[in-house]
Ligand binder design. Structure first.
Ligand code: AMP
Length: 393
């Protein structure tokens, strides 16, 4: 493509943003960016994808389709991605032919757990003790070294708890290995961290090196899928600051442009270990949409367009709760029967419902989320716990 697309200092509203991947993260990027005056084109294999519905245009093609990616490059002034497993050749081609401020090194690092852990350690930040594993014998030795319980993970391709097994004692080693060790796949064994809480920090870094962090969210999972995020996290000021410092250190070390979500374990003795990184908007940052002065989506766009980063201040406590396939029907019924007004009247909680426009509500599929704005986080958690919507598990 023409050289004028290389490294523009500042991409102003009116420009077109290309989004590789058409899921909910892309959709919420497009919704935030269109409010700012940007245009959007997305590439996704499913017609009428969540982001396609919110974008000006969707290219319907598989993610490894070089021709389609080239068309995306032609239409867009800047390209971003909403998932990590971008095909390496496509990423390289887009880098050559368009402007991809996030680069491909960041993808290369975060696509592989071992590379990711080494990068985090290089930033001077702790991860759970781990050992690379390439055979059953190596797994036996690694388990001996780390002790039980420990967690075996595939180095690539895992998400929402897929591609991992907790090993409680030596009798479970062989079956865990057999379940995960497909031909040629690299594995990693981690020490199980008996965490008190899981938290995450979303950092933003712009092309000119400016950084900000959002307030840490406290995350609770059900069946390995994020269930709720709470902000502010119920942790001390010192831990908040330490977690934010760690996220910024990693973002700088990795030369991030855009967002970096950093998931961490907090132990009872106040130690933080980084579990995972995601170089994109993150489910645990959806709370920012109504609760912060600036949403994670707007901040990501500001960072990649090299606009000044904006305030991340939390304006109200909030609980974000995910809506999975099995929750859609009861949620819609609740909406139709004046649920929001009742919630406001009885509990002083304002519900902001976000649905992603996915055609099929398959079980466990992320279909939307609700941000509960409240002065009383415990009350919101109790309400979720008792609500008929999230009884369905
Ligand atoms: P991951 O796919 O690495 O994000 O792991 C999914 C979930 O499994 C995490 O959010 C934790 O709840 C749990 N988990 C993963 N690794 C560990 C570990 N080393 N120690 C304790 N829990 C873990």
């Amino acid at each position: 493509m023409s050289s004028h697309k290389k490294q523009p200092p500042c991409i102003l509203p009116g420009a077109t943003i290309g989004v590789l991947g058409g899921g909910q993260l892309g959709r919420m990027l497009a919704l935030a960016g269109r409010a700012m005056g940007y245009r959007f084109v997305t590439l996704d294999p499913t017609p009428d994808a969540p982001c396609g519905q919110a974008a000006d245009e969707q290219i319907v093609a598989t993610y490894d389709d070089q021709e389609a990616a080239r068309k995306l490059a032609e239409l867009a002034d800047v390209i971003t991605y909403e998932f990590e497993n971008v095909d390496a050749e496509v990423a390289a081609m887009l880098m050559r032919e368009s402007y991809v401020p996030q680069g491909s090194d960041l993808l290369y690092t975060t696509q592989h757990r071992l590379r990711e852990k080494r990068a985090i350690e290089a930033a001077g930040v702790q991860v759970a003790p781990y050992v690379p594993v390439a055979s059953l014998q190596e797994l036996e030795e690694a388990a001996e070294q780390l002790g039980f319980p420990c967690v075996l993970k595939t180095a690539t391709g895992g998400y929402d708890g897929k591609g991992q097994r907790v090993i409680h004692d030596s009798s479970q080693i062989t079956s865990a290995y057999e379940q995960l060790a497909h031909a040629g796949v690299q594995l990693v064994l981690e020490k199980f961290i008996p965490f008190e809480r899981e938290i995450s920090v979303i950092a933003a870094r712009s092309a000119n090196g400016e950084t900000t962090t959002f307030p840490p969210a406290e995350n609770i999972h059900r069946h390995n899928i994020l269930h709720v995020s709470i902000a502010p996290a119920r942790i001390s000021r010192e831990i908040v600051e330490e977690a934010q410092r760690m996220a910024v250190k990693i973002a700088k070390e990795l030369q991030v442009v855009g967002l970096l979500a950093v998931e961490m374990f907090l132990t009872t003795d106040g130690k933080l270990y980084v579990n995972e990184l995601a170089p994109r908007p993150h489910n645990s940052g959806h709370y920012t949409m109504e609760a912060c002065r600036t949403s994670q989506f707007e901040q990501h766009l500001r960072a990649i367009c090299n606009l000044p980063l904006a305030s991340t201040e939390l304006m109200t406590p909030v609980v974000m709760v995910n809506v999975l396939g099995e929750h859609v029907e009861p949620l819609l019924k609740w909406l139709a029967h004046d649920g929001e007004r009742e919630l406001e009247r009885q509990h002083g909680i304002t519900a902001k419902v976000h649905l992603y426009g996915k055609a099929e509500a398959k079980a466990k599929r992320k279909m939307g989320h609700v941000n509960l704005l409240t002065s009383d986080v415990e009350r919101a958690l109790t309400w979720i716990h008792q609500s008929a919507i999230w009884q369905v598990v």
